[in-house]
Design a protein around this ligand. Structure first.
Ligand code: NAD
Length: 343
């Protein structure tokens, strides 16, 4: 089986490539990635020379490139991780999010149709459901929760989901969609909450926490997400959406405290900064459908996952140091300078 994995130089896509190489050593994996600021070829250095792997630098919006790649590779399936994925960046400039997340997905699906309606899996997010109130612990996102987006990022992902479902209904494209909660683990880009806090704590820098840090996210170790996608790709029902998450709700501030404790650093490093615009309060997934239909349940407990993640960042300083020495630094300054006053 040949699978085109888009966005495979990013956080979850790279972990998916590593996971699939182990789980299905006979598969051929072709990674198509534009290498934006979030894509890092060094992440893939361990697999670049493997005969069952090919890396192609390119934009999923580039129709000619995508069509010729499909003509060369004759893929059996596409898993689309490629996206602009950071909410804060979508608030600064939504246009690229619409281009990559919506138009790019449609180009890939057109290529999948042109290649004979091959299997297409769209990686989506629980953010398409908007948020839940903090004081209603009984409420969870199910696959029938109405889409109710808050940011240009989540709106672009919701649009891509609707487009994917329409390609299934209109053209019979064998589509599935997974909507996952927040992932954490190795190779997570330093602008996201968990790596940002680990790295700043290691450097003895202040840890900027939005608002009061009471926003709740449902955290999933990235490998559990990869296993879910593998299952959906092979056994999921066509035309269906599957929520992926593991009843692992944590407040941002509690995660920051756990990281500081594990690194033996003081809580004085925490600095509360002005809240994100439209900041979603709580996300919480009900994974009943994927567990009853496909037998999926998360395997990594948060205590173990965060320990492994912190260890990974300690052992792989050169990976993240290269990133923060580069263009990311300007972005970091723009986002947080002027917000770092204690409140
Ligand atoms: N990170 C999370 O917690 C999370 C949770 C749920 C869903 N998701 C979804 O999972 C997917 C992957 O997320 P991530 O956190 O790994 O993102 P990421 O930002 O780490 O990686 C995105 C990758 O896509 C590539 N890319 C961006 N635009 C491209 C384009 N036009 N053409 C080709 N490649 C392009 C980038 O170079 C990068 O390698 C996204 O679709 C995201 O919406 C992420």
């Amino acid at each position: 089986m040949t699978i085109i994995v888009t966005g495979g130089a990013g956080f979850i896509g790279s972990n998916f490539i590593f996971y699939m190489m182990k789980a299905h050593p006979d598969y051929r994996l072709v990674c198509l990635d534009k290498l934006t600021y979030a894509g890092n070829l060094s992440t893939l250095k361990g697999v670049l020379d493997m005969p069952s792997f090919r890396f192609v630098r390119g934009d999923i919006c580039d129709r000619d490139l995508v069509y010729s790649l499909f003509d060369e590779e004759h893929p059996d399936a596409v898993v689309n991780f490629a996206a602009e994925s950071h909410v804060d960046r979508s608030i600064l400039d939504p246009s690229l999010f619409l281009q990559t997340n919506i138009i790019g997905t449609s180009v890939l699906m057109d290529a999948a149709r042109r290649a004979g309606n091959i299997r297409f899996h769209q990686i989506s997010t629980d953010e398409v459901y908007g948020d839940l109130p903090l004081d209603r612990k009984d409420l969870f996102f199910t696959e029938t929760t109405p889409l109710h987006t808050s940011s240009p990022y989540s709106s672009s992902k919701a649009a891509a989901d609707l487009l994917a479902l329409s390609y299934h209904r209109t053209y019979g494209l064998p589509v599935t969609i997974s909507r996952c909660s927040n992932n954490y683990g190795p190779y997570h880009f330093p602008e996201k909450l968990i790596p940002l806090m680990i790295i700043n704590a290691l450097k003895g820098k202040s840890l900027p926490v939005y608002g009061q840090g009471i926003n709740v996210r449902d955290w999933l170790y990235v490998e559990d997400h990869c296993r879910a996608v593998d299952l959906i790709l092979h056994k999921g029902r066509i035309g269906e959406v599957y929520n992926v998450g593991g009843h692992n709700e944590m407040r941002n501030i509690d995660i920051v405290r756990i990281i500081l404790r594990q690194l033996g650093k003081s809580e004085d490093l925490i600095t509360f900064v002005e809240d994100r615009k439209g900041h979603d309060l709580r996300y919480a997934i009900d994974p009943q459908k994927i567990s009853s239909e496909l037998g999926w349940l998360p395997e990594t407990k948060f205590e173990d996952g965060i320990r492994k993640t912190i260890k990974w960042y300690l052992d792989n300083e050169s990976w993240w140091q290269e990133i923060i020495d580069g263009e990311y630094q300007d972005y970091y300054e723009r986002m947080y300078s002027g917000r770092l006053e204690p409140r």
